[in-house]
Design a protein around this ligand. Structure first.
Ligand code: CUA
Length: 335
């Protein structure tokens, strides 16, 4: 993305630079050419339609070209590839909490492999922040109460600055971090070092703990809609509208279930506002996603397993303990 943004920016600099140069050269030229000389009177000119049309039409097409070019870059930057690896970001005063789909948690640091599309699904626990990686030319506001998304594909190993780019209180300037881009093998080693269960597994745990499954059952006898296969699909609402069950819709349905209720169900679901943390909501979203799309689930695994496949997570107490630790706190688990 950086090369695209830079190309457009350099083009703008050249165009505006050339115009500025033209204006200054003409000022000097006219000042000399039409300077006051004794005995010579100025000739009055009454406008020129041809000249005016020329200097309106040419800039119009130049501006439209810039607009079209900018729009193409913008839509590329705003549209994450479908198979991108997902990382959940929770901003708070004054730190970044990041959680990989595979379960790794980090604070103020994000490790990614070279050459992989990474989609950041971001929300804030308090005020508005902004996730800004200058080297990647991406910046996106992070808002409380909803998800925003940005994505990148790092092309060179290294450590890149991460800034909060939205004034968010006294320590805003300290809300910084780094993006660590690693070679795939190195990344693999890092990934396996602090291995915990995948994020969707902690979501499954939260789903069970909160008793969601008592209503959201797969046998169509439940008081709530069956959530298998729902994610990413259109949903018919009680008020006749249709929405896509994306991250923001799932999130809203957890925190404010009455606002866009699924057709055919009673408004009996309580809100979970204040009962679940941002991390738990993220985990639930990842879980709902995982039971909807086998590809997404496998994708999370295969993207983690560029080289060796990972050992299956045991279905015993140790995972439950891990999952609990994951959803309860904001501790970092890294090698
Ligand atoms: Cu967060 Cu500024």
């Amino acid at each position: 993305m950086a090369a695209r943004v830079d190309a457009l920016y350099i083009f703008l600099l050249i165009v505006t630079g050339m115009m500025a140069l033209l204006v200054f050269v003409l000022i000097l030229f006219f000042a000399a050419r039409f300077r006051h000389r004794p005995g010579i009177r100025a000739e009055q000119i009454e406008g020129s339609t041809a000249l005016e049309i020329t200097w309106s039409v040419i800039p119009f097409f130049v501006f439209m070209a810039i607009f079209a070019w900018g729009a193409v870059v913008y839509f590329k930057e705003r549209t994450p590839p479908a198979d991108a690896t997902e990382v959940y970001v929770v901003a708070k005063q004054w730190m970044w909490k990041l959680e990989h789909a595979e379960g790794q948690r980090e604070i103020n640091e994000l490790h990614v492999p070279v050459g992989r599309d990474v989609k950041l699904i971001m929300t804030s626990q308090d005020v508005i922040h902004s996730f800004y990686i200058p080297a990647f030319r991406i910046k996106q506001d992070v808002l409380p109460g909803r998800y925003t998304v940005e994505w990148f594909r790092a092309t060179k190993p290294g450590v890149y600055h991460l800034f909060c780019a939205e004034y968010c209180g006294t320590q805003h300037s300290g809300m910084v971090g780094s993006i660590v881009v690693m070679e795939p093998a190195e990344y693999e080693a890092w990934m396996n070092g602090g291995s915990t269960g995948p994020l969707s597994a902690s979501g499954e745990k939260v789903f069970a703990e909160l008793g969601c499954a008592t209503c959201h059952r797969s046998d169509m006898q439940g008081r709530g809609p069956d959530l298998k296969g729902v994610f990413g699909k259109p949903v018919q609402l009680e008020d006749g509208r249709t929405v896509t069950a994306d991250e923001n819709y799932v999130r809203e349905s957890i925190l404010d279930p009455g606002s866009r209720r699924v057709k055919g169900f009673q408004p009996i679901m309580p809100t979970f506002q204040g009962l679940v943390s941002e991390e738990q909501v993220n985990a639930l979203v990842a879980y709902i996603k995982s039971i909807s799309d086998a590809k997404a689930r496998d994708g999370a695994k295969t993207s983690a397993g560029l080289a060796a496949p990972r050992a299956p997570v045991e279905k015993d107490g140790s995972r439950a303990v891990q999952a609990k630790a994951q959803v309860n706190g904001s501790q970092v688990q890294r090698p």
